[in-house]
Design a protein around this ligand. Structure first.
Ligand code: ADP
Ligand code: MG
Length: 679
């Protein structure tokens, strides 16, 4: 906080530091630091009438006080009120001042919850006040989120000072507020920070309270406005229109062993129409696992190359990037095009050569991990960026991409559909194409839930499958706490399987392997020289080996739904009927049970994602965890859909008609967080 701000709020450096821990860096931040809950100290209840476990205030005379030493040192006082009931007050941490305050004969008030204790009804660590010298509160007392060393009274005083000094004039015009039936901002903030006596705790905790609605609306409106502006900026930006000649894409189509599905043709047309625009494309290609996104990406890439531009293809893991590299090479090199590979773990020399080829324009297509977007990689003429599994990249990587790709066309790909509310809010500047049809002749995958005590039967099943000439994956349990432990488990799994199935060739890939080693094992598996591939979840995304028809997942109960669906999607890619065996261990928690049921019952990725959202909430999609920035503080996308819709309707009109309002509103709400929006 600046010295001016500190002066305004009448706080010293130490306090400012504590506020910073709460992410409160300006007086306006303090104004928006709203109570977590409220306490009712406006009236006194007879001890006899107080329900158990409900916050309340009682008043009585201290009839006894003692310091007990067993089971540990603690202060216990008893008070009696007019109803004749006695209540124990127990303090496990206490100071001499407590003892003084609770001297026998004093009249005191205690605020807290009553519980049934061993020796009768008691309050543990109640808030204590002298009944003679303090008057009853006139309204509910706000309780704020705080940090160590910053107590509630101090925080309340600072908030009050902020409320009195920060200009709280409305950014929104009265006619708009009238139409939406929303109160003024100043009035709303004052009500929530210092509710008048007539308000009850229930009323104030209800998100439907107009004051809360106003704050949520402001926040959602700020988000909508900024997303719109991001979109406007993009559309007014310059990008080279890429009109393909069809020269190479026609050749590739002819060389493919299959014809595109109608859905693939439709999305390809949508992408090509975007690429012909003079402003950057920002499109998401969404399609379930196995729906055939890669070939669509490849044909889009060829369109860009035909128009004389370079293409960057980026994937979140080395294995996936490597596989794209292999596919693209297989498709493009016969056309006389050059494909380059770039990854973090690559040898320095190879990297330098490839970087030079990219900057000299000798290579048309560069495939890799986010190493593609390091500062020192320069493209001669980048026209299109393709990002696979975009939501798996962290915010920093997405920002780097955004900066590099300012004026280029962007195609994102994902198997995970974005829930509608998120599409309307955080991803509002994203056009979406959906592949809603799987390639023909797929035999559906059978899913079986098997208790891990029957592991031997599953091993037998693996043997039978491989004897038919098919292949199997065996995925090791996810151990989030420790990569070392995960590696150990993977190695053990390999040994167990080798011992149980000596006639099979079994390989292992895991995250700690050098990428060359990984690539080697994958190549062996793809070539069919390995019957079984034991893997940690590194194979989760995108791996495509049509001859693999069996997927065994150990400790499936530890995995998320999206992950299970992705893993299961590794099979069912060829003509043979495929099976996915989910091994689980008892006991199962509620969430794990719910997830296994969903994955057992459904094969449609969209339905699974919908159910996942019910079980887990939307946070995962946003990468909010990675960024550490709370995306929405007041509004909740599920509960406040109506407000979101209103904000969405109003935002474009405000931008059109009242740029002054837009500027003020964004200034107030977004100043510090803008960088993260639209990433
Ligand atoms: P995903 O959408 O999960 O990335 P892929 O692009 O890896 O899926 O495609 C899955 C498999 O389907 C690949 O083996 C691919 O060659 C094949 N495939 C793609 N399109 C078709 C099609 N139109 N007809 C038949 N097979 C197809
Ligand atoms: Mg894929």
């Amino acid at each position: 906080m600046t010295p001016e701000h500190q002066k305004l709020l009448k706080i010293n450096d130490a306090t400012a530091k504590k506020l910073a821990k709460l992410n409160l860096n300006t007086p306006w931040d303090v104004v928006l630091h709203l109570p977590l809950r409220y306490e009712d100290e406006t009236h006194i209840m007879p001890i006899a009438d107080v329900p158990i476990g409900v916050p309340c205030q009682v008043e009585g005379e201290v009839v006894h006080q003692e310091v007990q030493f067993k089971p540990r040192k603690q202060l216990v006082a008893q008070i009696r009120d007019g109803s004749g009931s006695v209540l124990h007050l127990r303090f496990i941490h206490f100071y001499p001042s407590h003892q003084k305050q609770l001297a026998a004969g004093k009249r005191i008030r205690a605020v807290g919850e009553i519980k049934h204790g061993f020796f009768g009804d008691e309050m543990i660590h109640p808030k204590i006040r002298d009944a003679e010298s303090s008057s009853l509160a006139e309204s509910l007392t706000p309780v704020y989120p705080t940090v160590n060393g910053l107590n509630q009274p101090t925080l309340r005083r600072i908030v009050q000072t902020a409320l009195d000094t920060v200009p709280l004039h409305d950014t929104l015009p009265d006619d708009l507020l009238g139409r939406l039936k929303l109160p003024h901002l100043a009035e709303s903030l004052r009500l929530l920070h210092a509710p008048p006596p007539s308000f009850t705790i229930q009323q104030l905790s209800n998100g439907a309270l107009p004051a809360w609605q106003r704050l949520k609306f402001d926040e959602l409106l700020a988000q909508q406005l900024s997303m719109r502006l991001v979109r406007q900026k993009r559309i007014s930006g310059q990008a080279k229109p890429l009109r393909g000649t069809g020269e190479w894409s026609q050749k590739l189509l002819l060389a493919l062993p299959f014809a595109l599905t109608a859905a693939q043709q439709r999305v390809l047309a949508e992408i090509r129409a975007d690429m012909q625009q003079p402003h950057p494309m920002h499109r998401l290609l969404q399609g379930d696992v196995g729906s055939g996104k890669t070939i669509v990406a490849a044909l889009s890439a060829l369109t860009a190359v035909e128009a004389g531009c370079q293409v960057a293809v980026m994937a979140p893991t080395e294995i996936l990037a490597e596989q794209h590299y292999a596919k693209f090479k297989q498709w493009f090199e016969p056309l006389g095009l050059s494909v380059a590979w770039l990854s973090g773990s690559q040898r320095k020399k190879a990297k330098e050569t490839n970087k030079a080829a990219i900057s000299d324009g000798l290579t048309q297509i560069a495939v890799g991990t986010h190493a593609l977007f390091q500062d020192d990689v320069e493209f001669q003429n980048l026209g299109l960026v393709i990002v696979d599994e975009q939501h798996r990249f962290g915010v920093a990587q997405r920002l780097a991409l955004k900066n590099k790709g300012q004026d280029v066309h962007q195609l994102m790909m994902s198997a995970t559909p974005i829930p509608r509310t998120l599409a309307m809010s955080f991803f509002a500047d994203l056009d979406v194409s959906v592949i809603d049809e799987l390639p023909p002749n797929r035999t559906p995958i059978k899913t079986r839930l098997v208790n891990s005590v029957r592991r031997a039967e599953v091993e037998g099943f693996v043997l039978n499958t491989c004897r038919k000439g098919q292949q199997a994956y065996w995925v090791c349990p996810l151990i989030e706490e420790s990569e070392t432990l995960q590696l150990q488990t993977a190695t053990e799994t390999l040994q167990t399987l080798q011992t149980a199935l000596p006639e099979l060739n079994i390989g292992l890939v895991h995250g700690r392997m050098k990428s060359a080693e990984k690539a080697e094992v994958m190549a062996e598996f793809i070539a069919g020289r390995l019957n079984v591939l034991v893997a940690t979840t590194v194979i989760e995304v995108g791996v495509d080996v049509p001859n693999a028809s069996l997927m065994v997942i150990e400790h499936a109960e530890r995995m998320g739904l999206a992950q299970l669906h992705q893993l299961r999607g590794r099979v069912g890619r060829g003509a043979a009927a495929s099976t996915c065996v989910l091994l689980f261990s008892e006991p199962l928690g509620e969430v794990a049970k719910a997830r296994l049921k969903v994955i057992y019952q459904h094969t449609d990725g969209f339905e699974i994602a919908r159910q996942d959202l019910n079980i887990r909430g939307p946070g995962e999609f946003l990468g909010a965890r990675q960024s550490g920035v709370p995306m929405l503080r007041f509004a909740n996308l599920e509960e406040d859909l109506q407000l979101l819709e209103q904000a969405r309707e109003i935002a474009p009109r405000l931008i059109e008609e009242r740029p002054d309002i837009v500027e003020k509103h964004l200034d107030r709400w977004l100043s510090s967080r803008e960088g993260y929006l639209g990433v």
